[in-house]
Design a protein around this ligand. Structure first.
Ligand SMILES: Nc1ncnc2c1ncn2[C@@H]1O[C@H](COP(=O)(O)OP(=O)(O)OP(=O)(O)O)[C@@H](O)[C@H]1O
Length: 217
């Protein structure tokens, strides 16, 4: 479970205060995947980072009682001078998992061939995001945090394999996806919210959230 209790967050831009959340209180329950719809630039990444513990609220508390992933797309914790193989074995050990299993899983899923044994610094943007997504899926969290859906890659084979595994994970885990578009949420989320002007409006169904989002944005 992730719970936001009266959480406020804003940034000072030098001219104005950009409000991301204003006294927000909500919960992500295990077994209820949540999709948050928000226009671009309104705070999707900031909210996901707060859920992951990478960013602190200005006020309020965030309570986590489950194993929560790092956000998809975040490369922190990865040593770019080391290979994908070295990185995933190191991270497997940090999480108390079998390094052989994690390595085999990532190698199969990300499909970057010989680059898997080369330093991460030599990867293209797409390779890096595929590697991070594969690594995230190999670690088996209770709640997966996904910023803007699947990695933007032209590699249909990767999307098919990763999508199948992600779908399978949803049987036993929970996902939080933030996106400006409802398409990805339709596939994975059982509840939805809309972020507008620092307020998070929670709904039981995606249809209700879409109705508000399409009306206001
Ligand atoms: N450290 C910071 N200092 C000042 N402003 C910031 C900071 N971090 C984020 N912002 C601003 O806060 C707003 C929300 O940023 P955030 O990246 O969370 O939005 P987003 O919805 O994920 O954006 P996008 O859709 O463009 O990826 C943006 O206007 C951004 O410029």
């Amino acid at each position: 479970m992730i719970e936001f209790r009266n959480v406020s967050k804003s940034f000072w831009t030098g001219k104005t205060r950009k409000v991301i959340l204003d006294q927000a209180t909500f919960r992500v329950e295990l077994g209820r995947s949540l999709g948050i719809l928000a226009p671009n630039g309104t705070g999707k990444t900031t909210i996901i980072n707060m859920m992951a513990g990478l960013e602190k609220p200005d006020e309020g508390r965030i309570v986590r009682t489950s194993k929560i992933s790092f956000p998809l797309g975040v490369v922190s914790g990865i040593n770019k001078a080391q290979t994908a193989q070295e990185n995933c074995r190191y991270i497997a050990r940090l999480y108390g998992l079998d390094p052989d299993h994690v390595e085999a899983f990532c190698r199969y899923l990300c499909g970057i061939k010989e680059y898997f044994d080369m330093p991460v610094a030599t990867f293209s943007q797409g390779m890096r995001s595929r590697f991070m997504f594969a690594l995230m899926l190999s670690l088996e969290f209770d709640i997966y945090l996904i910023d803007e859906g699947m990695p933007s890659t032209m590699d249909a084979e990767f999307n098919r394999k990763a999508g199948e595994i992600l779908h399978e994970r949803l049987m036993t885990s929970t996902v939080v996806i933030v996106s400006h578009s409802s398409r990805i949420l339709e596939r994975y989320c059982t509840s939805a919210a809309v972020l507008l002007d620092g307020r998070l409006h929670m709904f039981d169904t995606l249809a209700e959230a879409k109705a508000m989002y399409n009306y206001d944005s």
